[in-house]
Design a protein around this ligand. Structure first.
Ligand SMILES: [Zn+2]
Length: 257
């Protein structure tokens, strides 16, 4: 509680939460420890994901990855262009959910494999109940490191997207790893924490993540923070500047298809 009060009221209150609009002295660290909570191997190879040291807004409780994807959606003009669109949102973050509803899409389906709140539909990303080419925007923010097969999940994303539709698939990865690694023998919480960085992760993506994602057939429109949000400092807005915008699209049909 003291940490929260300090984070809210200490000076200078130079940081800004883009989701609640409030200023703060700092964002709260992940699990109270931030970067220090990472297992030593994960810390040694480095991981591009959340900003663990500036993680949670002391006012509204939103996490850095929710702020970042919101900023990316605004900068790409996607949020302003949702009127009449069909949106599917996996593991829906509560603040982002409200922003999307405000943008008046024709249809909005918040979904999760294990819904934690009323109104969230139970959907397996590996077998979605949506028709082919029926979705304009699909958001799965930090989901693909949890699913049992990211290849199947990406094939489903490609299937349900309309040609020209967008998929936002933010995923943590280690630039220090040449190849994504997972092993079916790593199943216990402690083993997954040590091997992949979190108890419920099924793999640790390496720097081949971009090649892997593109091999699904989705067309990458990935941008860096600097390209998308050049005027927004990561420390002021509590986001990880190393986390790129994982924006993908489905190619428009070619003549003769
Ligand atoms: Zn906030």
């Amino acid at each position: 509680m003291l940490d929260t009060l300090v984070a809210r009221y200490a000076y200078p209150r130079a940081r800004v939460c883009v989701l609640c609009g409030r200023n703060c002295y700092r964002f709260l660290p992940y699990r109270g420890q931030g970067h220090a909570s990472l297992p030593s191997m994960i810390a040694a190879i480095g991981i591009v994901g959340s900003n663990l040291d500036q993680f949670e807004c002391p006012w509204c409780g939103c996490h850095d990855r929710e702020r970042h994807v919101f900023m990316y959606l605004v900068s790409a003009g996607i949020l302003a262009d949702l009127t009449g669109k069909t949106v599917v949102h996996f593991a829906p973050e509560p603040h982002l959910l409200k922003c999307i509803l405000k943008a008046a899409p024709a249809s909005y389906t918040p979904c999760d494999l294990l819904p934690s709140a009323a109104g969230i539909q139970r959907v397996d990303m590996l077998s979605m109940p949506f028709a082919d080419a029926s979705v304009d925007l699909l958001i799965a923010n930090h989901v693909l490191e949890h699913v049992s097969s990211y290849q199947l999940a990406l094939a489903e994303v490609l299937r349900v997207l309309k040609p020209g539709g967008s998929a936002i698939i933010q995923t943590p990865f280690s630039g220090g790893l040449e190849r994504t690694w997972e092993d079916p023998g790593i199943v216990s919480d402690i083993a997954r924490l040590q091997a992949y960085g979190q108890e419920d992760h099924a793999r640790l993506f390496g720097r081949d993540i971009f090649r892997e994602f593109a091999s699904s057939g989705l067309v990458p429109l990935v941008k860096t923070h600097r390209e998308s949000l050049p005027e927004f400092s990561g420390s002021r807005f509590g986001v990880n500047e190393d986390e790129p915008f994982f924006l993908y699209t489905k190619a428009q049909l070619q003549e003769g298809d």
